[in-house]
Design a protein around this ligand. Structure first.
Ligand code: SAH
Ligand code: SF4
Length: 378
């Protein structure tokens, strides 16, 4: 079987090359061709000797994910649906802003955590993505956008692991993917601009602090265990006090001096003034002041199966005011791409209905692009 070289971080690629008698600097050259230049075949790699290219051709491939659909929002947001096989598909969303470009990346087909307000959670879990499937989303987007926008500079400056899935329940595939994002020979993203968002997988947060400390966002959604148990079932395993202690410990290694708490505003569920006051107490109780975290209030993107509604705008502002007045930095997330269902929690991909083939899926299985950047040599 051919090895897909998108699977390896630089260390992994160096080991792969070493096993084939190739020096480390060859691995670096190869790595740059793949990620910086977006090469999808070995022939394009003009500074590698022909015999080496032949050797690579015989043992390896550069395979991306087929793109099943592309949707463009009027605000510039682009959503791609990638086929990951066996009836599963995952989504990535590109969000352009004046001073940055963010790619929202998926880590799993479906999700096992099962949060009540999340469309992905409602689908159930299908499988973990491999490192190459996580990386392929960025590989495709960067090189597609460069071509499409005709720009060579950094089109994607930020990556958020906020697409489908719980990244810290796919830890072994996630970490090499993060390393590829950060590597100066690949995408060269700053640790501060790569964010892992988690529903609170405590042991893996501890490991991430050691292995690859990038920016951390924690999906909080409730100020007490009773409510959080109900909204984010993982809370029963890792309750709030334990979670918050782990957040504070993470700060010793983190590239930023704060943790972001995401809080999805659900009408009549977690959005009362009393909840805001309880949040302030919860943060204060940790004994680290109020400056070690920021709150990002997310307007709920409703979907029928949730049976939940979003908090009215004015009430979100009033909730934010309680946190701000207490001295907690708080922002309200701007919704992007909602005309193409690309907003948070709307990424339902199309994990196959486990009970049979879903008709919509069957229609969508036509592939739009092969998902590999086509690049000119040199
Ligand atoms: N599993 C990770 C990352 C993916 S979800 C996590 O839970 O953090 C990314 C963010 O979208 C999370 O903060 C999640 O709570 C939020 N989210 C999920 N469903 C949503 C919805 N319907 N409306 C708004 N935000 C939602
Ligand atoms: Fe999974 Fe995150 Fe959705 Fe919860 S919010 S079900 S953890 S993807």
């Amino acid at each position: 079987m051919l090895a897909n070289l998108l699977e390896y971080d630089l260390e992994g690629l160096a080991a792969w090359c070493d096993q084939r008698g190739e020096k480390r600097f060859r691995a670096t050259q190869l790595f740059r061709w793949i990620h910086q230049k977006g090469a999808s075949n070995f022939d394009a790699m003009s500074d590698l000797a022909k015999p080496l290219r032949n050797k690579l051709q015989a043992a390896a491939e550069l395979r991306g994910l087929p793109v099943m659909s592309e949707h463009r929002s009027k605000d510039g947001t682009i959503k791609w649906l990638f086929d990951v096989g066996a009836g599963d598909a995952v989504e990535s969303v590109f969000i352009p802003e004046d001073d940055r470009g963010t790619l929202c990346v998926s880590s799993q087909a479906g999700c096992a955590v099962g949060c009540r307000f999340c469309a992905t959670g409602h689908q159930g879990f299908s499988r973990n993505l491999a490192t190459w499937e996580i990386v392929a989303q960025l590989w495709f987007a960067v090189h597609f956008l460069r071509r499409h926008l005709g720009r060579s500079e950094r089109v994607i400056s930020n990556v958020v692991m906020m697409g489908m899935g719980e990244p810290l329940q796919n830890y072994s595939a996630l970490v090499p993917a993060l390393r590829i994002m950060l590597d100066d020979h690949a995408y060269g993203l700053s640790r501060r601009r790569v964010t892992v968002s988690t529903s609170g997988v405590v042991p893996m947060m501890e490991r991430l602090a050691q292995d690859c400390p990038v920016a951390l966002a924690v999906s909080l959604h409730a100020p007490d265990d009773t409510l959080r148990d109900n909204l984010v079932p993982l809370n029963r395993k890792y309750p709030l006090d334990e979670l918050l202690k782990t957040c504070i410990a993470y700060l010793t290694h983190a590239p930023r001096d704060f943790i972001t708490f995401e809080y999805c505003m659900l009408d009549g569920v977690n959005d009362q003034q009393s909840h805001a006051r309880a949040l302030v107490q919860l943060i204060a109780r940790q004994g680290a002041g109020l400056q070690w975290c920021k709150f990002n209030l997310i307007p709920f993107n409703a979907f029928p199966a949730s049976g939940l509604n979003g908090t009215p705008r004015g009430q979100i502002t009033a909730f934010a005011r309680v946190l701000l007045d207490a001295g907690i930095v708080t922002t309200v997330r701007k919704t992007r791409g909602d005309d193409i269902d690309a907003a948070c929690g709307q990424l339902a991909g199309d994990v196959m209905d486990r009970t049979g083939v879903d008709a919509r899926m069957a229609r969508q299985r036509k592939v739009l692009f092969k998902g590999v950047p086509v690049i000119a040599a040199g």
